[in-house]
Design a protein around this ligand. Structure first.
Ligand code: SF4
Length: 331
């Protein structure tokens, strides 16, 4: 690990200017991923600008039942927020399933969206990896790839996006606000996460020094009837093999509103738009849920080890939707 200079930023514009001025500098928030990667020589910035003193921790009410979450709000605080729990239960559930209590108290919401992939080859500085070292190759394509993605992959990278909370935020059409030396910008959630295509090292559209300042979650009555289902190899502190964020409303037996997104199966938080289109207006029944799930997974591209994810994801979608429509559910 090479020497790193460290400073604490006192305001947003100062932080943005300092990082923008040095191409080998980076922001430091909760540090729950970044410090590991520094130790493993995966990241090697010359300068770290600690942003933990910036006033970006608020969880604020927006008109029409929306919520604005500061980029430095801790995962644990957002999960505890009454507003979030009532309006977006799937967001609170994803946060609670997203890591240990200690990690949730340190990790920031902005950092969660920016976290790096958990592909073992990315973290092994000796292995070819297009994401860490562009053009070097992808060791996972013919390597150990049981946990890797089946949707949104390319011949250059098949790493799964690791975030839990990004999955319900994708279903909710959240927006990401940023600040750069050129001013403020707003990204819709889908465009904030790039597919790997032929440049997997570019995971977001942000310029160097562009800082995530908040996440805006638009209100929708639909989200009050929502859940986050996470399937993993062990019951605690494990990344998702498959996860589903689902919100559903039913009117006279037919689906009148639906939001669906998948985690653990794709190279970015995956909005299940094919399934949503098929479900809207269809009878709220298991066979329609299963048909929509099959269609969503139809473009899946599997490897020698991860083909099981296709059926697992289909079953998880059906289970999530059935749970929302069973007697006693508020749907
Ligand atoms: Fe690197 Fe992506 Fe291949 Fe993993 S899957 S080795 S992160 S290029």
């Amino acid at each position: 690990m090479r020497p790193v200079s460290y400073s604490r930023a006192a305001d947003v514009s100062g932080a943005v200017q300092t990082v923008t001025a040095d191409p080998l500098s980076d922001f430091l928030a909760g540090g729950t991923t970044e410090v590991d990667l520094l130790r493993q020589n995966v990241l090697s910035p010359r300068r770290l600008v600690d942003i933990n003193d910036l006033p970006l921790t608020a969880i604020e009410e927006l008109p029409h039942d929306g919520v604005r979450i500061g980029a430095l709000a801790r995962m644990s605080d957002v999960a505890k927020s009454g507003m979030v729990r009532e309006r977006f239960p799937m967001v609170a559930q994803a946060l609670e399933l997203g890591g240990s209590a200690q990690l949730r108290q340190m990790a920031s919401m902005g950092g969660n969206l920016m976290q790096r992939v958990r592909c073992g080859y990315y973290r092994d500085a000796e292995s070819p990896c297009n994401k860490r070292d562009p053009g070097s190759g992808c060791s996972a394509l013919e390597g150990v790839n049981r946990t890797h993605a089946v949707l949104g992959t390319s011949d250059h990278c098949i790493a799964t996006h690791p975030s839990d909370v990004a999955v319900p935020l994708m279903a909710l059409d959240a927006r990401v606000h940023t600040q750069s030396t050129d001013g403020e910008r707003v990204y819709d959630f889908d465009s904030f996460f790039r597919l790997p295509d032929d440049s997997p090292h570019r995971e977001h559209p942000l310029g160097h020094g562009e800082l995530v300042t908040s996440i805006e979650v638009p209100g929708t009555p639909l989200a009050r009837t929502s859940l986050y289902l996470k399937i993993r190899d062990r019951a605690s502190y494990e990344f998702a093999l498959v996860s589903v964020a689902a919100a559903l409303s039913v009117d006279r037996g037919a689906v009148s509103g639906v939001r669906l997104a998948l985690g653990g199966v794709a190279t970015k938080p995956w909005r299940a738009r094919r399934a949503e289109r098929l479900l809207l207006g269809a009878a709220a029944q298991r066979e329609n849920y299963a048909r929509a799930a099959r269609e969503e997974l139809a473009p899946a591209r599997t490897t020698a080890m991860n083909a099981f994810k296709v059926e697992l994801a289909q079953r998880a979608i059906v289970r999530a939707l059935e749970t929302l429509t069973q007697p006693g559910s508020p749907a």
